[in-house]
Design a protein around this ligand. Structure first.
Ligand code: FAD
Length: 404
């Protein structure tokens, strides 16, 4: 009997979780498993704001994929997925192609700029290790250059963050700790630095508990962040941004603009002709793409409606990992042709948003928390993700132990 051929695209939270769980569930002779990823490392996307600000080295945020996969059972292919042809059960890669019996699409998110002029060209987005490294270097370059110019350009020291959602706030939390270090390093008066956060919604962290939002905004404001709430970015230019509040528009000159206000699923989803909304496919309860019983979609490329709120679940690492775990179990059922497929039921344990390495806000198991307690919890959440994928040895290698 021919062994089924399982191809997993993407080694982020969803794809890697599917792989490590599946390699435990099936024997060498039961299936051929191939994992494809653009890079030969996995990165902790949820830590990228730290690497971007420069508060954590990017090597702390990533580890080789081969550290956690069982190479007797899983073949790793480092390549970029270009297109899926589900009708022919084929995947086109930049350097080759693969065919599959079962496919798991876990290609994650990309920045969504909603057509705002100039954002793609002139703003950075916290998307992956390369982008994080570039943001860190760019900000440092602005500080390093400032004192070398005869005509000083203070806008070099202005950093604009577009979006006061989860990613924007976590990045600001790191920036306010990083900027004093940069000022010391490059002999810059901290009063000359501006960190401006522009948010179109009427509040920061929409959907979060208002008391916790007030705490977070207060902490960041005390450390120098200027919030422009209810203000939309209309355009990004090489010199900065143009914002609008009501009928009034204003130009803000800035050396750095980081766009943290929108994500969408992978463009590969659109390229491949799946029915999708901004690169996210509304999957069935077993995480399958409509019309294709052998194509599973997990993580940020999938969309599921929360029946309690009638709104989609937000794209999170928490959900991506839980989907990966279930997807592996369901694949084992299909490979063995034994048992029944289980539907996906998210188990949302809570959300913790960091405000630098020593402060955070969160709701965990229904309990509100902030300050050092929430910060401790955030590190536990980060370490747990390592543990679920790579066990205790990965936690020892990459874990966060600077608890206080
Ligand atoms: P990813 O983890 O993004 O992985 C996708 C993988 O696919 C990557 O390895 C990538 O290299 C690879 N890939 C992409 N395109 C291709 C291609 N064409 N070919 C080959 N490989 C490709 N969520 C939380 O739950 N809690 C948090 O605290 C939290 N904090 C966040 C902080 C930041 C700064 C950001 C940006 C996000 C945060 N999120 C958080 C959201 C979370 O990171 C995502 O929901 C999660 O990463 C989605 O997992 P995924 O497996 O779908 O994709």
């Amino acid at each position: 009997l021919k062994k089924p051929n399982v191809v997993i695209l993407g080694a982020g939270y969803g794809g890697l979780m599917t792989t490590v769980r599946l390699q435990k569930l099936v024997g060498v002779n039961e299936a051929d498993i191939t994992l494809v990823n653009k890079y030969d490392y996995h990165y902790e996307t949820t830590w990228l704001h730290e690497a971007s600000a420069g508060t954590l080295h990017h090597d702390r945020v990533r580890y080789p994929i081969t550290d956690v996969i069982d190479r007797n059972k899983v073949q790793f292919v480092q390549d970029t997925v270009v297109k899926i042809i589900p009708q022919e059960q084929r995947v086109l890669l930049e350097k080759g192609e693969l065919s599959y019996d079962y496919l798991v699409v876990a290609l994650g998110f990309e920045s969504e700029t909603f057509g705002i002029k100039g954002l793609k060209e002139y703003a950075f987005s916290i998307a992956n290790i390369n982008a994080a490294r570039q943001i860190r270097e760019h900000i440092e370059y602005q500080f390093a250059t400032y004192n070398t110019e005869i005509e000083k350009r203070e806008e070099r020291l202005t950093i604009v963050v577009g979006g006061a959602g989860f990613t924007g706030i976590e990045f600001l939390g790191e920036l306010v700790n990083r900027v004093p270090e940069l000022c010391r390093e490059y002999d810059i008066d901290p009063k000359k630095v501006r960190i401006i956060c522009v948010e179109a919604a009427p509040t920061a962290l929409p959907g979060f508990d208002p008391e916790l939002v007030e705490y977070a905004v207060g902490v960041l404001e005390r450390k120098g962040v200027e919030f422009r709430i209810g203000t939309a970015i209309k355009e990004c230019t090489p010199e900065g941004i143009v914002v609008a509040k009501g009928d009034e528009t204003e130009e803000i000159k800035a050396g750095t603009v980081v766009w943290a206000a929108g994500v969408r699923g992978s463009y590969v989803i659109d390229e491949s002709g799946f029915e999708a909304m901004r690169g996210r496919v509304k999957v069935d309860p077993f995480l399958r793409a409509p019309g294709y019983d052998n194509v599973f979609i997990v993580g940020d490329c999938s969309l599921m409606i929360n029946e309690e709120t009638n709104r989609p679940y937000p794209p999170t690492a928490q959900i991506a990992m839980q989907q990966g775990e279930l997807c592996a179990k369901n694949l084992a059922v299909l490979i063995r042709q034994q048992g029944e497929l289980q539907p996906f039921k998210p188990d949302i344990k809570g959300t913790v948003c960091s405000l630098g390495h020593d402060d955070a806000i969160g709701v965990v198991f229904g309990k509100k928390m902030w300050g050092s307690k929430a910060s401790f919890m955030k590190k536990m959440v980060d370490n747990r993700a390592l543990f679920l994928i790579g066990g205790p040895s990965l936690v020892v290698k990459k874990g966060k132990f600077n608890i206080f």
